[in-house]
Design a protein. Structure first.
Ligand code: ADP
Length: 262
């Protein structure tokens, strides 16, 4: 338990540090992007300088994406909590990802449409799903495979409750993202939630995807578990506590009242 605590404190320190750097870095990117764009506009596309400015701009865009991942990870971004349909967010995320999925990869969805909604920030939940699916696709890039997304409502059993004592609702949504890709060994699994830990090549991975996922799930008071076997595949299970019905009704009533101008 102590080592877990130390680890989580260390992650928090790195997060604060990275968040501060990311914020300043973001400001530095503004003139780089701005002047590169100006250069591009003022040059004909035949001139070699046009291509150089284009390279600068693409690199700066990548940097901006990286910075936005770091800012989410370090919780410096504002969040807007609302009642969210996880099913709708899954569908939206898959729609976004679909064009870039290789034909050798199949997608299976097992969604229980009766699942209740949760209290969450939908754009953060979106990011969780996109990050997990992106990793899954990359793990199956070489040999193809199947991505499975599953959503169901569960009552926590004793084992899961013991494993995650902080989960303060007995009823949860369980979101599972599994792939039949490369899998990972124990040593890798130990470190996957650490910021900047990656086993991928420079252009493929930043090592921030899963630390962002971890931070977001924690902010939803949820939990995440991983199971993986080398050569077989990986499965991420996320537990999201359900909104209790009373507060859901209260929220619905107040929307209703507003709608009628009372
Ligand atoms: P990145 O994808 O940029 O490397 P992540 O934080 O998302 O950063 O992942 C960290 C590491 O965890 C990856 O480099 C990879 O080694 C491992 N990993 C994550 N998801 C999977 C997966 N679905 N299958 C195999 N390995 C994975």
């Amino acid at each position: 338990l102590e080592s877990r605590l130390r680890k989580s404190q260390r992650l928090e320190t790195i997060g604060t540090l990275a968040g501060g750097i990311a914020h300043d870095f973001n400001n530095l990117l503004t003139p780089i992007l701005g002047y590169a764009e100006m250069g591009i506009m003022n040059l004909s596309s035949e001139e070699p300088l046009h291509e150089y400015f284009n390279e600068i701009m693409m690199a700066a865009e990548r940097a901006r994406h990286l910075v936005s991942q770091i800012l989410t990870f370090s919780k410096s971004q504002e969040s807007t909590t609302a009642i969210v349909s996880v099913q709708a967010v899954i569908e939206e995320a898959l729609k976004l990802l679909r064009p870039s999925i290789p034909v050798t990869i199949g997608i299976e969805q097992h969604i229980d449409t009766n699942c209740r909604n949760i209290l969450a920030d939908s754009s953060k939940l979106h990011q969780v799903i996109v990050n997990l699916c992106t990793n899954a696709f990359q793990a199956m890039e070489a040999s193809g495979g199947v991505l499975t997304i599953e959503l169901r409502e569960i009552m926590l059993d004793n084992n899961t409750q013991r494993l995650f004592p902080k989960l303060d609702a007995k009823r949860c949504l369980q979101l599972t993202v599994s792939d039949t890709g490369t899998g990972m060994d124990e040593a890798t699994m130990e470190r996957i939630f650490e910021p900047f830990f990656t086993t991928k090549m420079v252009n493929k991975g930043t090592g921030l995807g899963l630390s962002v996922v971890h931070g977001i799930i924690k902010s939803f008071r949820g939990e995440i578990a991983v199971e993986s076997h080398v050569g077989k595949g990986t499965s991420f299970k996320i537990y999201l506590p359900l909104v209790d019905e009373k507060s859901e009704k209260r929220q619905a009533n107040s929307t209703h009242a507003n709608g009628h101008g009372t």
